[in-house]
Design a protein around this ligand. Structure first.
Ligand SMILES: Nc1ncnc2c1ncn2[C@@H]1O[C@H](COP(=O)(O)OP(=O)(O)OP(=O)(O)O)[C@@H](O)[C@H]1O
Ligand SMILES: [Mg+2]
Length: 332
């Protein structure tokens, strides 16, 4: 029996395919569900790797536009003069190399959603055109003298501090007010410590399955190491670390060294939260208890009496622990 069937990822993911039960993260998902069905412009904020694109896609997938296109553009990846071209298209001869007319991404996203990643990278001029588009959904392809209309929902994302950019005058304040009706602020992984192990377990399942390996377990020291690391690259970095560990290890139990996360360069991030010894210990103990109870229940097929016996706990005391972690209903 593969270990994947012992612990399917679906146990960990919510209906949106995202792992996370941290209160701050769940709050974002709830807001996301509330705005998904509207046509409201959404602004997704969060550090790199926190899941902004995943959330943007989820908004689209939960909307009436789900069957239409989800078109993503990374505004920071193109030279300034090409972004407008890419977004709004151009006419033949609009500039030297424009040998034929081309429609832009706004037209490709007709009826669907346009995802503007790294929206802060747009030049101030293009920001003005985006603002106009958001006001009445009208735009002009480069070199075209008529106005076109498009039925497109816009989702913007950035990991930049827009407030700071507004002060520096590199981001238009009026555009900010237009796109900030529905802000989904994703917490950094270090602010959602209770999600680290469920995410790690999810990625263990996914990558072990992909590599045709049995799903390894985490040693107690590995659990502590994952919990104490600051994860400046957030969920993406965690996924990479787990992938690396599964790829290069054939042992059934993973140790801290398998994840390659000890490079001191990563600990120079000044934003890192510095919990006291007691806080750090309490978090690790909490996560250990949750993980232990989940495992022991699973190993005993959900039978609480058997699980309590294996854990060496009196049944009533064991049930109180299950209730504390919201696992009470999962027994048989
Ligand atoms: N809650 C989650 N559950 C499962 N996978 C997640 C979750 N959040 C993020 N991921 C995964 O982490 C990776 C990074 O997510 P995503 O690309 O959405 O981040 P981002 O915020 O857009 O990053 P960047 O700012 O660097 O563009 C992806 O592979 C994504 O599938
Ligand atoms: Mg992204």
């Amino acid at each position: 029996m593969t270990t994947t069937s012992q612990c399917p990822s679906t146990e960990l993911t919510n209906p949106l395919g995202m792992v996370g039960r941290n209160a701050g993260f769940v709050d974002v998902l709830q807001k996301m569900m509330m705005v998904a069905h509207t046509k409201t412009t959404v602004l997704v904020l969060g550090e790199t790797g926190t899941g902004k694109e995943l959330v943007a896609k989820a908004v689209h997938d939960r909307s009436e536009r789900a069957s239409r296109a989800f078109v993503a553009i990374n505004c920071g990846a193109l030279p300034e003069h090409l972004v407008e071209n890419e977004l709004f298209g151009h006419t033949k001869g609009a500039y030297t190399d424009a040998s034929k007319a081309a429609s832009g991404l706004v037209a490709s996203a007709e009826g669907g959603t346009l995802f503007l990643d790294e929206v802060d990278s747009l030049s101030v001029g293009t920001q003005g055109k985006l603002l106009r588009f958001l006001q009445d959904r009208s735009y002009r392809p480069v070199g075209y003298d008529k106005t076109l209309h498009a039925d497109v929902r816009v989702i913007a994302a950035t990991n930049a501090n827009l407030g700071q950019k507004i002060v520096e005058r590199s981001f238009r304040e009026d555009l900010y007010y237009r796109i900030s009706v529905a802000v989904l602020q994703l917490p950094a992984l270090r602010e959602r410590l209770d999600d680290i192990l469920p995410l790690a377990q999810h990625f263990l399942n996914v990558h072990a399955l992909a590599l045709g390996k049995a799903v390894p377990t985490l040693s107690a020291k590995a659990v502590t190491a994952l919990m104490q690391y600051s994860w400046p690259g957030n969920v993406r970095e965690l996924e990479t670390a787990v992938h690396r560990a599964v790829l290069f290890t054939n042992r059934t139990k993973l140790e801290p060294g398998d994840f390659g996360i000890t490079n001191p360069i990563f600990h120079m991030d000044k934003h890192i939260e510095k919990p006291t010894f007691s806080e750090a210990k309490a978090r690790v103990v909490t996560e250990f208890e949750r993980q232990y109870l989940t495992n022991v229940l699973r190993e005993n097929g959900g039978n609480v009496t058997k699980a309590a016996h294996q854990a060496g706990k009196e049944r009533r005391c064991f049930q109180r622990l299950l209730a504390k972690y919201g696992l009470a209903g999962q027994g048989g």
